[in-house]
Every structure is written in structure tokens, then in C-alpha cells.
Design a protein around this ligand. Structure first.
Ligand SMILES: CC(C)(COP(=O)(O)OP(=O)(O)OC[C@H]1O[C@@H](n2cnc3c(N)ncnc32)[C@H](O)[C@@H]1OP(=O)(O)O)[C@@H](O)C(=O)NCCC(=O)NCCS
Length: 175
């Protein structure tokens, strides 16, 4: 089985990604979530996994942002929009795509740690892949202003050194 992994510009690759994204997070799925109204940032890069038989099977959005941790500026990476086609899950695709995303963030020498936000049903998935719960507070921007972001749980990944306590300000939209 051949799996092609591409890492593409986020905006340029949105049209390829949109159908998968809609299938996983379409309005019918998102409507009753507490975070349905949240305005998210767009991915800067996208990891796309494709097979000759199925086309796009898995997506991971990659973000780069200068955030603050306890008031100090620090360059962070992020992943978001992690999704695998429903009928192709459990084959290691997301694991592969997340590895490629981490590799990409490591290649950016300024990045100290990576950050993602997830719901409780994915805690075990990320914890078994070396992501650590961030136990402090997270703030971000929304159209109405700066808010405390507690709709989903933050997880961090050590690139140089990941904080697990304190206050992170995303200094922009969440991802
Ligand atoms: C979460 C999600 C992205 C995982 O995608 P996936 O491609 O199924 O992930 P993987 O196959 O890499 O890993 C899933 C499980 O399959 C197992 N697995 C990995 N390779 C496997 C293989 N070849 N055969 C069978 N099982 C395998 C893994 O061990 C893992 O189990 P674990 O969680 O107990 O460790 C997918 O379920 C999804 O799209 N969910 C909906 C959207 C979502 O919640 N996204 C996360 C947003 S933060």
C-alpha cells in the first residue's frame, strides 16, 4: 500500500481538505457543541495523507505563532483539525500525520513547544503519543475580544521545553 504524505500551504490546500473537514465537522456535527460559535484560525500548513485507492484519508493542520507564557514571548507550533476519514480509522494514519506535523515544527528552529486543543474522548489518544496536559490557563482572541479559552483541553508537546503550568496567551485566534 502506498501512502503519500504532502505538507502544503494551508490556504492553497483548503479546497482539497474541505470535503473531509465537512464530513468530520460539518454543521450537523458541530451545532450542539459548546464551542460551535468559536472562531478558529486557519492552518498555515496542512499535512495531507493520500492513498491511490481512497485519495485524501487524513489531515493535520499546522500553526506557528508567537504566544506568551507568563507574559514572556515564546514561539510555539500547533496542530489542529486532526481528522481521518471515518471508514479509514484505526490504520495509523493520524499517528503518521501527527508525526509529520511534529517533524515540520521541529524543523522550525524557533519553536519551543507544540500545543493542541482537544475534547475528553481524545485525551488517551494524545497522551499515548507523548502529549502532556497543560494545567494552566489559556487566553485567546475572539471577535468580541480577549477571552479565557476553556472550551477544550490544552495539550503540549515538548520540542525544546514545554510548559505545563502557568498562563499561555495565544495572542490571536485559537486553533
Ligand atoms: C482521532 C482520529 C484523528 C484518530 O485517527 P486514526 O487515523 O484512526 O488514528 P490512528 O489509526 O493513528 O490511531 C487510532 C488508534 O488505532 C490504533 N492503530 C494504529 N495503527 C493501527 C493499525 N495499523 N491497525 C489497527 N489499529 C491501529 C492506534 O493504536 C490507536 O489506538 P489508541 O488510541 O488506543 O492508541 C480520528 O478518530 C478522527 O478523525 N476523529 C474525529 C475527529 C477528532 O476527534 N479529531 C481530533 C481533534 S483534536
Amino acid at each position: 500500500m502506498t501512502i503519500e504524505i504532502d505538507i502544503l500551504n494551508g490556504d492553497a490546500s483548503w479546497p482539497i481538505t474541505e470535503p473531509l473537514h465537512q464530513a468530520v465537522w460539518g454543521p450537523h456535527v458541530v451545532a450542539d457543541k459548546p464551542w460551535a460559535h468559536v472562531k478558529w484560525d486557519n492552518a498555515h500548513l496542512r499535512v495531507l495523507l493520500e492513498t491511490p485507492e481512497d485519495g485524501l484519508v487524513c489531515h493535520v493542520g499546522v500553526y506557528f505563532r508567537t504566544v506568551t507564557w507568563n507574559g514572556q514571548k515564546v514561539h510555539a507550533g500547533g496542530i489542529g483539525g486532526v481528522c481521518t476519514r471515518e471508514d479509514r480509522r484505526g490504520r495509523g494514519y493520524a499517528t503518521m500525520a501527527i508525526d509529520a506535523a511534529v517533524h515540520t515544527m521541529r524543523a522550525n528552529e524557533a519553536v519551543r513547544f507544540a500545543l493542541l486543543f482537544c475534547e475528553p474522548h481524545n485525551f488517551a489518544f494524545y497522551e499515548s503519543r507523548s502529549w502532556l496536559p497543560f494545567k494552566g490557563e489559556v487566553y485567546c482572541e475572539q471577535p468580541e475580544g480577549r477571552i479565557r479559552f476553556d472550551y477544550m483541553a490544552p495539550y503540549v508537546f515538548n520540542i525544546v521545553r514545554a510548559p505545563t503550568l502557568g498562563t499561555i496567551d495565544l495572542c490571536g485566534l485559537p486553533w
